[in-house]
Design a protein around this ligand. Structure first.
Ligand code: C2O
Ligand code: CU
Ligand code: CU
Length: 527
């Protein structure tokens, strides 16, 4: 199809999407430069940053350059590795040129965005070193905390670990009307765990030789411990927030919005305030909830986001408060298996960040609206298979992850994975722990590209009920999601709508070592 015609089709599709969602129509254009609201050049490059005192850490990172648009569209990251924050408004036309300055091929995926298949960053679109990939799409998503990261075949875990990550924050009029905290009081917090060697360098998988720029490795190289980590997932014993160890922030005595992203490869967080006060959640992956919800703790699996609203005026000046990850069961735990327990196993407690409340008067007027958004309850009856969900078993066979026993197939999609454009379907992820892998069961963080879905049901087998109790109250299923935690022994039902864009899209576990090892498949939307 010629690009001109494709552009016209895409425009038509986005207007239709807007109409279907009851949103103001997206302005049609000709694709000439003047129709682009935001144009960014995004370079993926090797770099060095100071994380710890002493030697700088070799990383790979995104560096952005704003070619067109308001200056706040690109918040170039300071001196650490998490990439720029891209800030756009609903309805804007965006062009992003990815320029691959890495020594291996890569591609960027816009996690959570509803875009045409060629704009989604599928591994089949990976570009060679030195090459450029031009993304152009209209932002049809509602306001929310979306993000971006690499997605090359079999190398996503490695490239993300090396530091490639950035945020893509969308605002809209519905959100603006709420008067939520903005500017310095709207804090994005990217959570990651890392292992460092004695020379301050990231240690990913042993066979990679440690350096971010190291090329090549055998799938089974690096000994037993590395083989297990490659399969089960890499856990770091140091937790970084926005690329900083032992992160701490000073806050004013007023309301804040904290946007948390779990950009860790495999680690899960069970977030809670150190003083035991409940968390107020205002948004999840796909934006605002209908109303704020309170939780004693919130689970955040890899790729999930949650926006918290917190009024630090509640605390006294000078107080230090911490956001912690509490202990839970059922996490990935290699301990006992190989006698090679991670220094900080999944499910072990640790501090995430410290917040010191500054001196000064309480800034009043910090009330949170009781209603945040219009969010219709999910209507499973709209699904063409209501009552007969498509079942996706999360499987492990012959030491290889899969979905329904199948690994990744670059261009393939089975009949089960073929969908009719314009329909809704119910899917059920089943994590019932094969007996095969020594009876082991792990959580999985299941993500579907190109759309936002709703969680409509969960059930857990009695065998896992006890460990499930330690995470259950922290699952926030009320809003739009693109990633959902599926605990051992659990079945999770989701309702998905396949609108606007035919084509081949991914769904996979976002524990990146699982994804790279084959727990990823395509779905094909047919017109
Ligand atoms: Cu954020 Cu295919 O992933
Ligand atoms: Cu995605
Ligand atoms: Cu997984």
């Amino acid at each position: 199809m010629n690009p001109q015609r494709r552009r016209v089709l895409i425009r038509a599709a986005t207007s239709a999407a807007a109409a279907a969602l009851g949103l103001p129509g997206v302005r049609a254009g000709t694709g000439r430069a003047r129709d682009i609201d935001v144009h960014i050049e995004l370079h993926a490059v090797p770099d060095q940053v100071a994380v710890h005192p002493g030697a700088k850490t070799r990383v790979w990172r995104y560096r952005g350059r704003l070619l067109r648009g308001e200056t706040n569209a690109l918040d170039a990251s300071a001196d650490s590795f998490p990439g720029p924050i891209i800030r756009v408004r609903h309805g804007q036309r965006v062009r992003i040129d990815l320029i691959n300055g890495l020594p291996e091929s890569t591609i960027v995926h816009w996690h959570g965005l509803h875009v045409p298949q060629d704009m989604d960053g599928h591994p089949r679109h990976a570009i060679a070193p030195g090459a450029r990939y031009v993304y152009e799409f209209t932002v049809v998503n509602r306001a929310g905390s979306y993000w971006f990261h690499p997605h090359p075949h079999g190398r996503t875990g490695k490239q993300a670990y090396a530091g490639l990550v950035g945020l893509f924050l969308v605002s809209d009029e519905e959100e603006a009307a709420l008067d939520l905290p903005t500017g310095p009081h709207d804090l994005a917090l990217v959570l990651q765990d890392r292992n460092f060697d004695d020379d301050n360098q990231f240690v990913y998988l042993e066979a990679d030789g440690g350096g971010a720029g190291t090329q090549g490795h055998g799938m089974m190289g690096g000994g037993m411990a590395s083989m297990m980590a490659r399969m089960m997932g890499v856990l770091g014993d140091e937790v970084l927030v926005n690329g900083r160890p032992q992160a701490s922030f000073e806050v004013d005595r007023r309301a804040y919005r904290l946007r948390l992203l779990n950009a860790s490869n495999t680690r899960m967080y069970k977030l809670a305030w150190s003083d035991g006060s409940p968390l107020t959640v205002i948004a999840t992956d796909g934006g605002l909830l209908a109303a704020p919800v309170q939780r004693d703790y919130v689970m955040l699996a890899p790729a999930e986001r949650v926006d918290l609203w917190v009024d630090f005026g509640r605390w006294q000046a000078g107080i230090e408060l911490a956001l912690r990850s509490l202990a839970f069961e059922g996490g990935m735990d290699m301990g006992g298996m190989m006698g090679s327990a991670a220094a900080l196993p999944d499910g072990a407690p640790f501090p995430v960040l410290r917040l010191r409340v500054r001196d000064g008067a309480t800034i009043v007027g910090a009330t949170l609206p009781r209603r945040l958004s219009t969010l219709p309850p999910p209507a499973p009856r709209t699904a063409i298979n209501a009552g007969h969900p498509k079942v996706f078993e999360l499987t492990m066979g012959m030491m290889v992850w899969g979905i329904n026993g199948e690994g990744f197939d670059m261009l393939g999609a089975s009949p089960l994975e073929t969908i009719k454009l314009g329909t809704h379907e119910v899917w059920e992820f089943r994590n019932e722990g094969q007996a095969g892998m020594m009876g082991m069961a792990m959580p999985h963080s299941m993500h579907v590209h190109g759309l936002q879905f709703r969680v409509i049901g969960r059930s857990v087998s009695s065998r896992f009920a006890r460990s499930y109790e330690t995470v259950k109250a922290g699952l926030v299923d009320e809003g739009w999601k693109d990633t959902v935690l599926v605990m051992p022994g659990e079945r999770v039902r989701i309702l998905l709508g396949f609108a606007d864009y035919p084509g081949l899209f991914l769904y996979h576990c976002h524990m990146l070592e699982h994804e790279d090892a084959g727990m990823m498949r395509n779905y094909l939307v047919k017109a």
